[in-house]
Structures are given as structure tokens and as C-alpha cells.
Design a protein around this ligand. Structure first.
Ligand code: HEC
Ligand code: HEC
Length: 186
């Protein structure tokens, strides 16, 4: 087993699955296979998928009536379920903009109302900053401290701060991060 997969099994699979390759016994956080790819993001933005176990289904971001552990659906889950256009084309366009962050990407996500809650690079917002989302550095920093202010802050749902709490070394964090991003960058 590659080292990244071994680290994932040991430290992440308590909550996350990784597609069919690594199945959590009791998945309670998003499936990270394809994390950060256009396809993964398009699924997050799909009202039929965001509240399933592939994404936020078993987390504090989905209310108890729908199988989550939250008191009610979070703002993101509410937005995707009730307000975001259902058309696959729009979903795809926004997912591509966010995954590639090429020319004009900010306009695309602004038109899709994402900036009502998210910041990009500066300013206060109620939700995590989307600049560099799921890039190599973003993912390393997230694994180090998902409860940092520009990530989930006090809304972080159980994920340990592997760097800050010294549960994993810098090198191990880079290895597991590169491993979960393999489908994005290969
Ligand atoms: C105790 C449960 C738990 C463990 C262990 C855990 N996570 Fe998470 N993780 C979560 C939850 C819940 C989220 C949703 C966002 C949040 O609350 O931080 C999350 C979110 C993420 C995200 C952001 C993508 C998303 O869908 O929100 C990444 C990347 C991630 N985890 C990677 C990892 C890696 C890599 C490990 C192992 C080194 C790991 N996690 C271990 C619970 C966990
Ligand atoms: C009404 C506020 C709101 C709007 C509008 C909104 N979001 Fe979010 N978003 C949030 C919150 C809050 C979170 C943190 C998780 C949660 O509370 O559900 C989040 C989480 C996320 C995540 C993190 C998933 C991960 O990896 O952990 C991504 C990506 C995201 N939003 C993208 C978008 C995009 C793209 C749009 C526009 C189509 C959008 N959001 C619109 C509030 C919002």
C-alpha cells in the first residue's frame, strides 16, 4: 500500500472514505475520492448529493431530520438545496471556475451568489475563503488546522488539527494531502 493510503487508513478513515479504495466502517465526513476536482465540486453543489454520505450527510452541517447530527441544515446545505439553480450546466460551470481558478473565475462564482457568504482572498465572510480552494497548499493547510479562522473556525465539525496538535509530521501531512489530490493533479 502506498504510504499516503496507509496514512489515510490510519488517521482519516475513522470519518472519511476514499471511494471504493478505502471504506470507512462508519463514514461521518465527506468521501475524499476526487476531492477538489470539477466532478467532486459539482457533486457538492448538487441538491441531490450534498446531504448524502458522499458529502455532508453525516455531519453537523445537515439537520437531524435528514440524518445529520446538526440542529438544522447549515447555510451551505440550505443554499444548495433550496436556492442554487438545479441546472447541471450552471453547476458544471461554477465547479470548473472554482477548480481551475482561471481568468474570470471570480465573476462566475459571484454571479452564482457564492460571494454572498464566501470571501476570496480578503475581507470578512461567514464561510471559508475560496481562493486557492483545494490547491496543494490549501489542502496541506486545511489538514494542519481545519479550525483556523479562514477555514471552519468554531464551526469545525470534529476534524482534528493534525499539524497544530502534532498528530502528524509536516512530511506526513504533505504525503497524505498529495495522495488525496492524486486524481486532481495526475
Ligand atoms: C473525526 C473525524 C475526522 C477525521 C479523523 C478526519 N476528518 Fe477530514 N473532515 C471531517 C469533517 C466533519 C469535515 C467537514 C468539514 C469540517 O467540519 O472540518 C472534514 C473535511 C475535510 C476536508 C475538506 C473537504 C470537505 O469535504 O469538507 C479535507 C480535505 C479533509 N477533511 C481531509 C482529512 C484528512 C486528510 C484526514 C486524515 C489525515 C482527515 N480529514 C481526518 C472529519 C474528519
Ligand atoms: C448562504 C451562504 C452560502 C452561500 C450562498 C454559499 N456557501 Fe459555500 N459554504 C457556506 C458555509 C457556511 C460553508 C461551511 C459548511 C457549512 O456550514 O455547511 C460552506 C462550504 C463550502 C465549501 C466547502 C466544502 C469543503 O471542502 O469543506 C465549498 C467548496 C463551497 N461552500 C462552495 C460554494 C460555492 C461554489 C457557492 C456558490 C455556488 C457557495 N459555496 C455558496 C455558505 C455558503
Amino acid at each position: 500500500m502506498p504510504e499516503g493510503a496507509a496514512l489515510f487508513s490510519k488517521h482519516c478513515a475513522e470519518c472519511h472514505s476514499y471511494g471504493d479504495e478505502i471504506l470507512s466502517d462508519d463514514p461521518s465526513a465527506p468521501d475524499l475520492h476526487g476531492f477538489g476536482t470539477e466532478g467532486w465540486i459539482a457533486g457538492l453543489l448538487d441538491s441531490d448529493q450534498i446531504a448524502t454520505s458522499a458529502y455532508f450527510g453525516n455531519t453537523a452541517f445537515v439537520g437531524k431530520e435528514r440524518g445529520g447530527t446538526g440542529h438544522k441544515d447549515s447555510k451551505m446545505v440550505e443554499f444548495v438545496t433550496k436556492e442554487f439553480p438545479k441546472s447541471p450546466d450552471v453547476r458544471q460551470k461554477v465547479a470548473t471556475a472554482l477548480a481551475t481558478q482561471g481568468d474570470g473565475w471570480k465573476n462566475v462564482i459571484e454571479d452564482a451568489l457564492c460571494l454572498d457568504c464566501h470571501s476570496v482572498g480578503e475581507g470578512d465572510s461567514i464561510a471559508l475563503d475560496l481562493s486557492g480552494y483545494a490547491s496543494r497548499q490549501w489542502t496541506i493547510d486545511f489538514i494542519k488546522d481545519p479550525a483556523a479562522e479562514h477555514f471552519y473556525g468554531d464551526k469545525n465539525d470534529r476534524m482534528p488539527s493534525f499539524g497544530k496538535e502534532e498528530k502528524l509530521s509536516e512530511e506526513e501531512i504533505e504525503t497524505v494531502s498529495d495522495w488525496i489530490l492524486q486524481t486532481k493533479f495526475d
